[in-house]
Design a protein around this ligand. Structure first.
Ligand SMILES: [Mg+2]
Length: 361
């Protein structure tokens, strides 16, 4: 479980594909529209969100579960002019849009932007309500994947997805196994006022940005062995975890602001929120990030203290963690959290080994 595949790097220039894109660009330029053209997946930071994370569809889902597909589609069509309520990933997506508008001001011709793809296995007729809702909130989401219940993995790869957010943990797990950064989101009641001008993203360290190799030692041999191990290997970078590539993508966009002297006014801020303690096992984490050439704006070492109260102060648009008890603690204090189902932590709850459900075929 600790081994994950590396995300495939951009394919080498393919003439056929290049010609297709050039033709698409020429066609779009001819249309004389003010709507920005979606960027090429190769340059974009692509975020795939499911319709149930972008919008709150709890009521609609209930109609589907209680009354079946036909009634559900009819309900959605009847309410098609009524915008869906924002869902758990909505503030995050809105913050991405804000970063895009800042990028477009600084680099009008660049395709290095966030691109949002809506993944849905909804019936095509429900698409009208989704489109109306997207337009109602003035979101720029031009790419839709109507997967018709099939696995989204093929589409995620085709779009070179940098992050996939869903409510379905089986699909998320499948994506992580294929080397795609992904996380499961849950509904959260929050009155937290989130920044309108800055995208704030918080990451756990072990088994999120990094592999679970150190976590395995904590779980199997205890903290003292772990401290000794981290001291011994302080100069050996940790292997990468499932969300490393997403941090890298954020860093790529951050550097575009820094290049224009906007470091202090950068609309992206990243946080490492780890249960590690700084003095006894923090150095390896910082040295690993340095060896990757990645910066994190703020690193918080909690030495086992709960993460909720600190996250309440940080107010991230999204917080990633591999351990459910950290997610639950964060959610109780109103933080929008996303679970990364990866690594040895999935086999434990609050330090105790738990029974694994049988793996689905
Ligand atoms: Mg962790």
């Amino acid at each position: 479980m600790s081994e994950i595949k590396l995300t495939e790097s951009a394919p080498t220039e393919d003439n056929g594909e290049e010609k297709d894109w050039a033709a698409a660009k020429a066609h779009f330029d001819n249309l004389k529209t003010k709507i920005p053209r979606p960027p090429k997946p190769r340059y974009a930071v692509t975020i795939a969100v499911s319709s149930r994370t972008l919008f709150n569809m709890v009521k609609e889902r209930k109609v589907y579960e209680d009354e079946g597909l036909e009634k559900y589609v009819a309900y959605q069509m009847e309410h098609e002019s009524e915008p869906l309520m924002p869902g758990v990933a909505f503030p995050f997506v809105q913050a991405l849009m804000n970063v895009n508008s800042r990028l477009r001001q600084l680099y009008p011709d660049s395709e290095e932007l966030f691109d949002i793809v809506l993944m849905t296995n909804n019936h095509a007729q429900v698409g009208v309500r989704l489109i109306n809702s997207i337009n109602h909130y003035d979101l720029t989401i031009e790419r839709f994947c109507m997967t018709g219940g099939e696995s989204p993995i093929g589409y995620l790869k085709a779009y070179m997805t940098n992050l996939y957010l869903s409510k379905n943990s089986d699909k998320v797990m499948e994506a992580i196994e294929e080397g795609i950064a992904a996380a499961t989101m849950f509904a959260v009641d929050t009155d937290n006022e989130l920044s309108k001008t800055q995208l704030r993203v918080a990451f756990d360290g072990d088994a999120v940005l990094f592999s679970d190799e150190s976590e395995i030692i904590v779980k199997q041999h205890g903290l003292d062995t772990f401290f000794d191990h981290e001291k011994e290997f302080v100069n050996k970078p940790l292997a990468q975890g499932p969300l490393k590539c997403f941090l890298e993508a954020l860093g790529k966009l951050q550097r575009k602001f820094i290049a224009k002297n906007e470091r202090l006014n950068c609309p992206i801020r990243t946080f490492l929120v780890t249960a590690r303690s700084a003095a006894s096992c923090g150095a390896r984490v910082l040295k690993t990030l340095r060896s990757w050439g990645l910066e994190i704006d703020e690193a918080l070492f909690l030495a086992g203290a709960p993460k909720g109260p600190l996250l309440e102060k940080i107010k991230p648009h999204i917080f990633f963690d591999d351990q459910m008890f950290h997610i639950e603690g964060a959610q109780q204090m109103g933080t929008i959290s996303a679970h990364v189902p990866y690594g040895i932590g999935q086999k434990y709850h609050k330090g105790k080994l738990i029974e694994q459900p049988p793996k689905k075929e």
